[in-house]
Design a protein around this ligand. Structure first.
Ligand SMILES: [Zn+2]
Ligand SMILES: [Zn+2]
Length: 267
């Protein structure tokens, strides 16, 4: 069975990741206006009514903005753990009772042909998770909104074929940014904030050794990062360690405001 992976939006202003396997199509997060997500799906030839579920990582608005609208309009089941359901209760509004699915962090569950494993991440939300998604022998994953990388997360991601990995900010750009109050800077830089370019590059090295083959750097900050800077930091760190780009690992960037590259694995 073919596994398809395509970030529709990835960044501090909104996130939605499209994954399909066999006859099942899902989104992980729907953190843009419903209309923007509908348009992005149409661009890759998917109608919103074809979706079998939306799996939510955590309640921050850049991950849930369109969840309620899409679920109500197309009767799409929403999957989240209890902490996230509580955290997003007000922002997503009423979800039809038949569309409320409660999952457990650390326990895999199925949506049609896809198996999803929600794994805990350190982030300042109620019960935030990343997801590894399996279809037959293949797997992909998303790991963003991570204050600091942990051994447990690296173990969970080992051998993933395509991974969306956070590379949120350049710490110097963030510290110098005159538009951000000190408290916000401290939140982002903290151990439950976001992963910097340097920390992401370090994680990338470990992931490459564990067999991860394709990585898109994502959840980039619009003000405190650029795609070039994120990519440069990663490429420099990998080549320092003797990793051959495009041979040992493929690397790219997921776009903040438009559909990124679509990966298809398997037959
Ligand atoms: Zn967040
Ligand atoms: Zn986020």
């Amino acid at each position: 069975m073919k596994l398809t992976f395509c970030p529709l939006f990835s960044g501090s202003s909104g996130n939605a990741l499209y994954i399909s396997g066999g006859d099942t199509r899902i989104l992980i997060d729907a953190g843009m206006a419903g209309r923007s997500i509908e348009n992005a799906l149409r661009e890759i030839g998917v109608l919103p009514e074809m979706l079998s579920g939306i799996a939510v990582t955590h309640e921050h608005s850049d991950h849930v903005k369109g969840v309620g609208i899409l679920s109500r309009k197309y009767h799409i089941p929403v999957y989240a753990n209890e902490g996230t359901w509580n955290g997003m209760a007000r922002s997503v509004g009423d979800i039809p009772p038949g569309c409320r699915r409660i999952v457990q962090t650390g326990e895999d569950f199925y949506i049609g042909d896809l198996a999803l494993l929600p794994f805990a991440i350190p982030h300042d939300a109620a019960e935030p998770v990343g997801y590894r998604v399996f279809c037959a022998a293949h797997s992909v994953a998303t790991a963003t909104d991570i204050g600091h990388m942990t051994k447990q997360i690296l173990r969970t991601l080992a051998g993933t074929e395509v991974l969306l990995l956070e590379s949120n900010h350049d710490p110097d750009m963030l510290r110098r940014n005159p538009h951000y109050p000190l408290q916000l800077k401290q939140r982002i830089l903290g151990s439950r904030g976001h992963l910097s370019n340097g920390d992401s590059a370090e994680a990338l090295l470990a992931l490459c050794e564990s067999g991860v083959r394709q990585v898109l750097l994502g959840h980039l900050s619009g003000e405190n990062n650029t795609p070039e800077l994120a990519l440069d930091t990663a490429v420099r760190r990998l080549s320092q360690a003797g990793v051959r780009l495009n041979e040992d690992i493929g690397l790219g960037v997921a776009w903040r405001d438009r559909v990124s590259r679509k990966f298809e694995i398997g037959t």
